[in-house]
Design a protein around this ligand. Structure first.
Ligand code: CP
Length: 357
């Protein structure tokens, strides 16, 4: 399995997360100490999907480290528009840069890119699958705002099915002690089976809530998410889900005094603007911490490298297995190995972690 790529936070040891978070905090406190440490290096930012925070915080991070940036935010202006494959695009950009941060709409695309790359790949969001640099940002936020990662009651609210930030966050926080999760969503948008499996295996307590009102009073952290319109198969399905959860001033009155409200952003209508002035609203601070999280990651990958262990235990090749996920990179890219691994629900795709047949 590829080394020194950042595809899934869980491919690093928990101690290594701590080292990255500590470095991010040191970079935040003393930025001038690090402002030349990537001099002469080039980051390529390949954004096949829209982004504000991830794209520009990566670029800001590299400039603050003394490095330079190339890339695109519209594949339509590149030879992707002429039909160039992901594999070929990555091979080209790996020749022009020292490290690549890629966002792509297909689940599992980051691992597919890593297989073809001679330089480190950072997963800046692969479809509805994972968004590990957001999770690193979220860990930095919890460290700064809550003093650590243990013993929290964490509410995750909104689109828990397509919300890759939620999947990565649950995977990460379930590795720490005494965390409890409240999953606040409609039945249609609850977490996918593989995230339930992560929770079950971790032994973390978790419960389901259908309203914010019932969940808010017990929470230490409330992680809001938007309903991901772009991932629904029809406008009708999206219309049925939008606007169900809105955090407003009234609901904040029911919350603990030391609650923090996080959100990966962008927000649509799930947090009323009146909440922004509440000191417990941490989401704009969280977005700022993302610069330091990404500085720590880029610098580590370009200096000592990441200590990546096997991506997912038991991943192996079973020729002929078909991933049923229509949004999986396997459905679009040729020549990818038939990676699978065993989960409690059956054999799952090694790229997107959904059931294969
Ligand atoms: N949080 C996040 O991923 O935001 P962008 O989509 O703007 O990058």
């Amino acid at each position: 399995m590829p080394a020194n790529h950042f595809i899934d936070l869980n491919s690093l040891k928990v101690e290594d997360w701590g080292r990255l978070v500590d470095l991010a905090e040191r970079m935040r406190e003393n930025p001038e100490e690090y402002n030349q440490c990537c001099r002469g290096k080039i980051l390529a930012t390949l954004f096949y999907e829209p982004s504000t925070r991830t794209q520009f915080s990566f670029q800001s991070a590299m400039f603050r480290l003394g490095g330079q940036v190339i890339g695109f935010d519209n594949p339509g202006t590149t030879s992707v528009a002429k039909g160039e494959s992901l594999k070929d695009t990555i091979r080209m950009l790996a020749g022009y840069s020292d490290i690549i941060a890629m966002r792509h709409p297909l689940d599992g695309s980051a691992l597919a890119a890593a297989i073809s790359s001679d330089v480190p790949i950072i997963n800046a969001g692969d479809g509805g699958h994972l968004h590990p640099t957001q999770t690193l940002t979220d860990l930095v936020t919890l460290s700064i705002e809550k003093g650590g990662f243990d013993g929290h009651c964490i509410g995750v609210c909104g689109d828990l099915w397509y919300g890759r930030t939620v999947h990565s966050l649950i995977k990460a926080l379930s590795c720490f002690n005494n965390n409890r999760f409240v999953l606040i969503s409609t039945k249609e948008l609850t977490v996918p089976p593989y995230v339930r499996e992560v929770l079950d295996k971790s032994g973390c307590e978790y419960s389901f809530a259908e309203t914010l009102e019932e969940a808010v009073p017990e929470l230490d952290v409330l992680y809001m998410t938007r309903i991901q319109r772009e991932r629904f198969s029809s406008p009708e399905e999206y219309e049925a889900q939008k606007g169900v959860y809105v955090l407003d001033g009234e609901k904040m009155k029911r919350a603990k005094k030391d609650l923090i409200v996080m959100h990966p952003l962008p927000r649509v209508d799930e947090i009323a603007v009146e909440v922004d002035s509440d000191p417990r609203a941490a989401y704009f601070r969280q977005a700022r911490y993302g610069v330091f999280a990404r500085m720590a990651l880029i610098y580590t990958m370009l200096s000592e490298g990441l200590n990546v262990r096997e991506l997912r235990e038991g991943t192996h090749i079973e020729p002929g297995k078909r991933c049923r996920n229509k949004r999986c990179v396997k459905a679009f890219e040729f020549d990818l190995p038939d990676f699978v691994h065993q989960s409690s629900d059956g054999l799952v795709c090694g790229f997107c972690e959904q059931i294969v047949s």
